[in-house]
Ligand binder design. Structure first.
Ligand SMILES: [Zn+2]
Length: 193
C-alpha cells in the first residue's frame, strides 16, 4: 500500500515559499559556493563556442538544495551529432548537450558512496540567453536543477536555474551563492525577482 500523503509531503517540502507582499510564491532554491560558480563559468568559457555540461553533487535539506561539488563532464552530443548530421541538420553542436549514460551512472555511484546525490545538471548557452530551449525541456528529468550559464563572445555572464513542475514545464529556481569573505548568501540568478 503506497502512502500517498508522505509522497505528497516530500514533494511539497522540496519547495520553499517566499513571501512577496501578500503573495506567497512557490520558489525553489539551490545554494552554491563561489568556487562552484567559478568552475561552471571557467568550463563554459573553455568550451566556447561549443556548449559545455556537467553535474553537481550535493544534498537537500528542508527543501533547499546545497551543492558540494561541481563535476565538469564531456559533451557527448558532439560524437552523436556526427551520426545524425545527415538527416538532422537543424541541430548544431553549439545548441545541444548530452551527458553519456555511463558517466551519469559512475558519478551517481560515487555520490552515493559519499551520501550525496546528483542535484543538478548544468550546461552553457553560447551567445544565447540563460533560458532553457524546447529541446532542454523535452530531455529534462524531474527533480534536478537545470543550471544554464550564458556565454557572450566567450565570456560567461548570466546564470539561471530551472526545475520542472508537474506539467513538465520549467519554473525558475533561485541560485544563492556565498559572497566571498562573507557568510551571507546573495542571489545570483536573474530569472526571478
Ligand atoms: Zn540548453
Amino acid at each position: 500500500m503506497v502512502d500517498d500523503y508522505s509522497h505528497y509531503k516530500a514533494r511539497f517540502d522540496s519547495y520553499n515559499y517566499q513571501k512577496l507582499g501578500n503573495l506567497k510564491i512557490l520558489t525553489a532554491v539551490i545554494k552554491l559556493l563561489p568556487e562552484h560558480l567559478q568552475t561552471i563559468q571557467s568550463h563554459a568559457e573553455s568550451t566556447y563556442p561549443e556548449e559545455c555540461c556537467g553535474l553537481i553533487l550535493g544534498y537537500v535539506t528542508e527543501g533547499v538544495k546545497t551543492a558540494v561539488e561541481v563535476i565538469p563532464t564531456a559533451n557527448a552530443w558532439s560524437s552523436e551529432a556526427d551520426n545524425f548530421a545527415e538527416n538532422n541538420t537543424t541541430h548544431s553542436t553549439n545548441r545541444r548537450y548530452a551527458i553519456a549514460p555511463l558517466v551519469m551512472l559512475q558519478v551517481q555511484k560515487s555520490a552515493r558512496d559519499r551520501s550525496l546525490n546528483i542535484i543538478s545538471i548544468y550546461h552553457s548557452h553560447p551567445n544565447y540567453p540563460a533560458v532553457p530551449s524546447e529541446c532542454d525541456r523535452s530531455y529534462a528529468w524531474t527533480g534536478y536543477s537545470y543550471i544554464i550559464v550564458s556565454v557572450q563572445n566567450g565570456v560567461a555572464g548570466e546564470i539561471n536555474s530551472w526545475t520542472l513542475d508537474d506539467n513538465h514545464q520549467f519554473q525558475a529556481e533561485t541560485i544563492l551563492a556565498l559572497e566571498s569573505g562573507n557568510s551571507d548568501y546573495i542571489k545570483v540568478s536573474t530569472n526571478l525577482n
